[in-house]
Structures are given as C-alpha cells and as structure tokens.
Design a protein around this ligand. Sequence first.
Ligand SMILES: [Zn+2]
Length: 72
Amino acid sequence: MELDKSCPKCSSVMQRGFILDHTAHSSNVVAQWQPGEPQRSFWVGVQTKNSPQYEIKAYRCKACGYLESYAL
Ligand SMILES: [Zn+2]
C-alpha cells in the first residue's frame, strides 16, 4: 500500500488511517470487510461465520475529507 496518496477529487494530500468500529462491549476495533449480504442475528447482530474478513484501511483527504478505503 502506498504511504502517500493524492486525492482523486481535489489532488490534495491524503492521510492513511482506518475505520474505527465500536462493538456492543465498548471495545475499539478496526472495521472489517467480508463478502456477501449481512445476515442479521438476534444474538450477535450480524453473523460472520465461514466468511473471510479483511481489515479496512482508509485514506482521508486533509482538504475535502474524501475517503478511499482498501480491504487487504
Ligand atoms: Zn480531496
């Protein structure tokens, strides 16, 4: 992954970061991507079994706020 990127909208500098997810247990975790439609569950919110998951890395433009995300 590139360390420095230019914003595709305004060509300003983009800063690398990640999408923060707050779970029901008040823990801070990195949001993850997985394929398919979300399968709702009363017990766990959304089921995740048998699906590969990837942490979401994101770049944010310091000028216009545009986000560009990657799941690697
Ligand atoms: Zn921008």
